[in-house]
Write a protein that binds this ligand. Structure first.
Ligand SMILES: N[C@@H](CCC[C@H](N)C(=O)O)C(=O)O
Length: 323
């Protein structure tokens, strides 16, 4: 099987885009899953990725996005990935805004002014939002978990559980808690066989930096720690508004290990604004039975890579004041 592939990232959360909208690849879900495990291997020639974004034709929107995590599982939503798909679809169809069908909702996306000179920037809608534990699912007696302890995970921390619509638990922490290894331990527990989160969950630690500025680190279900998780940064922004650390309707600068994004929390959705960067394009010839692939015609987006590096350096020098 031969595919055209684009390596892209949003805040260093990296993906391969495979366009099934204009190429009739005719993949089964089993093949999408196996291909994702094969190409996302960090030890391979392509350098791996956190997942694959399959762009497909939609009957009711401009395009459809399906997201597979690096372990081959399918996720209902991906905020950083949606920005990359937004760019791909808007450029392909010459649009400034579009609607992308995802597993649980049709979402608005639009081109924005560059977040940093030469860094393509897109706004994506994060919705629907639910605090009902059934929507994660999280198996507890109560209907919601908002700033409450979960003793099976921690004696000290308080958590908020929400689906946007993929599942997240968020803890607002202090610097010492961020620097300890408690996030890793609890994330591995809730993403292994366990009674609380039977489908696993994305786990984020949020450090408030100053009004309107937060840092978020996420252990992603189906992947592990990533540089950033778009839905997690959106969910974390919402949680800081509930705690009155930030305000709805105002820009929240969200720093992460791969750069920064902006979030604006509204009553029924969150705007996630950030880069949609291309790294390289190539052709991949994959043999799923032999579990191997070859690549050819690799071309790097060198200028874009250099411009993003500057944004990243600016963000990390700001973060150094706090971490
Ligand atoms: N990186 C994504 C989220 C990808 C899916 C997630 N790992 C899940 O299984 O829910 C983002 O940017 O939102």
């Amino acid at each position: 099987m031969e595919f055209n592939v684009i390596k892209c990232h949003g805040s260093g959360n990296d993906f391969f885009i495979i366009d099934e909208m204009t190429h009739p690849y005719e993949l089964t879900d089993q093949q999408r899953s196996s291909l994702t495990i094969l190409l996302c291997n960090r030890q391979s020639e392509l350098g791996g990725a956190d997942g694959i974004l399959f762009v497909q034709a939609s009957e009711r929107a401009d395009a459809r996005m399906r997201v597979f995590n690096s372990d081959g599982s399918e996720a209902s939503m991906c905020g950083n990935g949606l920005r990359c798909v937004a760019r791909y679809v808007c450029e392909k169809l010459s649009l400034k805004e579009a609607v992308i069908e995802t597993m649980k909702a049709d979402l608005q996306v639009s081109v924005q002014n560059d977040l940093y000179d030469g860094v393509p920037t897109y706004l994506v809608e994060i919705s629907p939002i639910s605090f009902n534990v059934k929507d994660l699912p999280l198996h507890i007696e109560e209907q919601e978990l908002i700033q409450r302890p979960l003793p099976a995970l921690s004696e000290d921390l308080e958590f908020t559980a929400l689906a946007v619509p993929n599942p997240h638990i968020i803890a607002v922490v202090e610097k010492e808690q961020l620097q300890s290894d408690i996030q890793k331990g609890m994330s591995e527990y809730v993403n292994g066989p366990n009674d609380l989160f039977p489908d696993g969950v994305n786990v984020s630690f949020v450090l408030p930096l100053r009004k309107g500025h937060i840092y978020v680190r996420t252990f992603e279900r189906g992947v592990g720690f990533t540089n950033a998780c778009g839905t997690a940064m959106s969910a974390s922004s919402l949680v800081t508004c509930l705690l009155e650390l930030n305000n709805k309707g105002e820009i929240i600068e969200v720093y992460n290990n791969g750069g920064k994004v902006r979030c604006v929390v509204h009553e029924d959705h969150i705007d996630l604004i950030g880069n949609a960067s291309y790294v390289f394009s190539c052709q991949v010839n994959a043999d799923l039975n032999a579990n191997e692939f070859k690549i050819k015609n690799k071309e790097e987006y060198t200028e874009e890579i250099a411009q993003y590096k500057e944004l990243e350096m600016q963000a990390s020098s700001f973060l150094r004041e706090y971490l």
